[in-house]
Write a protein that binds this ligand. Sequence first.
Ligand code: ATP
Ligand code: MG
Length: 177
Amino acid sequence: MTNEDTLRLFFALPCPPEQAAAICEWRDKQGLGGRPVPAANLHMTLAFLGAQPESDLEAIRQLAADIDSPDFELVLNRLITLSKGFVCLAPTEAPPALLHLAASLAERLVALGLALDSRPYLPHMTLTRQAARMIQGAAASFSWKAERFVLYQSQNTPDGVRYRELGSWPLRASETT
Ligand code: ATP
Ligand code: MG
């Protein structure tokens, strides 16, 4: 239950504005129907915490600050449809550093006593909800370097859901070839 003492939280990779604009422009030409996600809301969830007491926020921020995980190139080039008709962009192959980051967060959140989703981690970026049809297959390719991860508060507003950034942490610069 959400009340004024709890915050609905999740960790995610933000989609940089330039790529978000390009993704939305491409998506809007695909005839997916449903409810398109606004460009400002595009993200890839790393860990969903759900409603947590505000008093736990400092411990959650500290857990994030303790993470040492390398940056990585994210390439999204596949469309998948999840349950409820969520059409999503996904990588053909999840970068090991992305899986490492998600697993590090999950491990630390569980150690803090949070109950996480037991389903295996599936990297995806939701583009449209309640799409008219199931869509799977190749998409245009969108890529960027993931250099930070963010703790968001999910807020319901009269204009729809809004994600408020409560913290941002850099990923370690890795060697490039
Ligand atoms: P709304 O639910 O209000 O339509 P939303 O789904 O964008 O909007 P949240 O439900 O707060 O907002 O979810 C925030 C992010 O966490 C989204 O990426 C969502 O897919 C993900 N998420 C929500 N619930 C879970 C869950 N039980 N397990 C894993 N990820 C979740
Ligand atoms: Mg939701």
